[in-house]
Write a protein that binds this ligand. Structure first.
Ligand code: GAP
Length: 453
């Protein structure tokens, strides 16, 4: 049963150190959040799961980590300068500004006035001055999507890896959008991370690949603990399609505030590579030159048999890391009724859990037990399975409850029997709350099995 309200998730995130409002000390910065000690682990684990599935477990994808600052020409020729905008309206009464397509009727959501301006396009890209002289001309953009740097590096990757379509380039990184109304916690923010794959395919095979990627991505989200019933497919049409897309299918997730986009899977055709081919530098700008000719073929691939230069089509599964974090938290959050009282538990898949295991000495002042617990923690940490926490608070019951709430799959208690008798520990499972006695030597295999599911 997913969380009932966003407020419950926000409260858990703050209380347990997952996510904080940025610049809180000075009243906050709207649409900007920081990830705390547990949030950074969860977010890194989600990104690692994506990278494993996209790059390591496939043989047709390379990775890339490009810069955030972007030459404005890239975003000019990609079409973002002209078209990457949302419709903005002003309230003449209270001076509030809103996205026209988010209004419920012709009324200001702030003061109720109907005295609103006509919608006008508001470009979402952040600009920043480059270099010591801010003369207005020397500026760069903070990228609004990771994708453009993948396209501008297309030839670099092809030339350095000898890849030919079908193949992909995967990238995870920050993107920035000056959202008019950031809202719903980390759902719509101004600084966020994306996990984007640009998958290059021969024209004509694009629709088949599009369908394949939709299915792949649904399966991947299921592996992250998202119930299939909570994902709907939205076939984007008409004016809602991005300027580069021939067809887009959005994976819509049942967030606490409503069913909204978690990931978009677009068929970008040869729009981007074609556009950058035509406009690679000021030296050879000629908007009328067709991209599919050898002289302008820097973004094209030569077919070995026909010798024809072909600009590949692109299928793009583009997911938001922050929306992913929100979805997996929402899905995992449960309040269970027990015989005595209730417990809050975060049933995250173990590979996403911020802490994989907590090692707890039964007696906080018993040197032998404490030293042994430390040694168990240090040995387990070296297995490279993720964060193992040594926790010497002396109250086992409270530690169990705390770790249930943050999703720690296993709590390992070191006690007198461990040090005085047989080198075994008590292992408590988060989901079943069952405890079993396990030899210290067997802990790595047990934890490994728990994490790999
Ligand atoms: N390169 C294609 C692209 O950027 P998009 O649908 O605009 O497509 C992809 O963005 C994903 O990035 C979205 O599905 C969403 O998960 C995430 N995203 C976009 N804008 C966001 C925002 N303001 N806050 C949080 N996540 C956002």
């Amino acid at each position: 049963m997913p969380a009932k309200t966003m407020d419950e998730l926000v409260a858990l995130c703050k209380r347990r150190g997952f996510i904080f409002q940025n610049s809180d000390l000075y009243g906050g910065l709207q649409g900007v959040y920081d990830y705390g000690p547990l949030g950074v682990e969860l977010k890194n684990n989600l990104k690692a799961a994506w990278w494993r599935a996209m790059v390591y477990e496939r043989d047709d994808v390379e990775g890339l980590d490009a810069a955030i600052l972007t030459n404005h020409k890239v975003l000019h020729y990609s079409g973002h300068e002209d078209t990457f905008s949302d419709p903005l309206v002003d309230c003449r009464e209270c001076k509030g500004r809103f996205r026209a397509d988010h209004l419920e009727g012709p009324k200001c959501p702030n003061c109720g006035s109907e005295d609103l301006t006509e919608p006008r396009p508001f470009n979402l890209m952040f600009k920043t001055a480059m270099g010591p002289v801010d003369d207005g001309g020397s500026f760069a953009y903070l990228r609004p999507e990771t994708a453009q740097a993948t396209f501008t590096n297309f030839k670099n990757v092809v030339d350095s890896t000898a890849r030919r379509p079908p193949f992909g380039i995967a990238q995870i990184g920050k993107s920035f959008r000056n959202e008019i109304t950031p809202r719903n916690f980390i759902f719509r923010v101004r600084e966020f991370e994306q996990m984007e794959l640009e998958f290059f395919v021969p024209p004509g095979t694009d629709e088949e690949w599009h369908e394949k990627w939709i299915q792949e991505r649904i399966s991947w989200w299921e592996e992250q603990g998202i119930a299939r019933d909570n994902i709907e497919l939205l076939y984007v049409t008409g004016d809602d399609l991005s300027h580069y897309s021939k067809s887009t299918v959005d994976l819509m997730y049942r967030f606490p505030h409503g069913v909204e986009e978690l990931e978009g899977i677009a068929n970008r055709t040869d729009f981007d590579l074609g556009s950058h081919t035509k406009h690679q530098s000021d030296l050879d700008i000629d908007a009328n030159v067709k991209p599919n000719t050898e002289s302008n073929a820097r973004m094209a691939i030569q077919d070995i048999e026909t010798k024809e230069w072909v600009v590949p089509y692109v299928i793009e599964p583009a997911a938001g890391v922050d929306r992913g974090v929100l979805a997996v938290l929402n899905e995992a959050y449960k309040v269970e009724q027990l015989e005595k009282g209730e417990r809050t538990v975060l049933s995250l898949p173990a590979h996403l859990a911020p802490i994989k295991a907590a090692v707890i000495p039964l007696k906080r002042n018993h040197d032998g037990i404490v030293d042994k617990a430390r040694a168990v923690k240090n040995a387990l940490q070296k297995e490279g399975l993720g964060r193992i926490l040594f926790e010497n608070t002396g109250n086992i019951g409270k530690a169990y409850r705390r770790h249930d709430e943050v999703g720690t799959p296993l709590c390992i208690t070191v006690d007198f029997q461990t040090v005085e008798e047989d080198n075994t520990v008590t292992v408590r499972d988060r989901d079943t709350m069952q405890q079993e006695r396990v030899a210290v030597a067997d802990l790595p295999a047990l934890l490994r099995a728990r994490i790999s599911g």
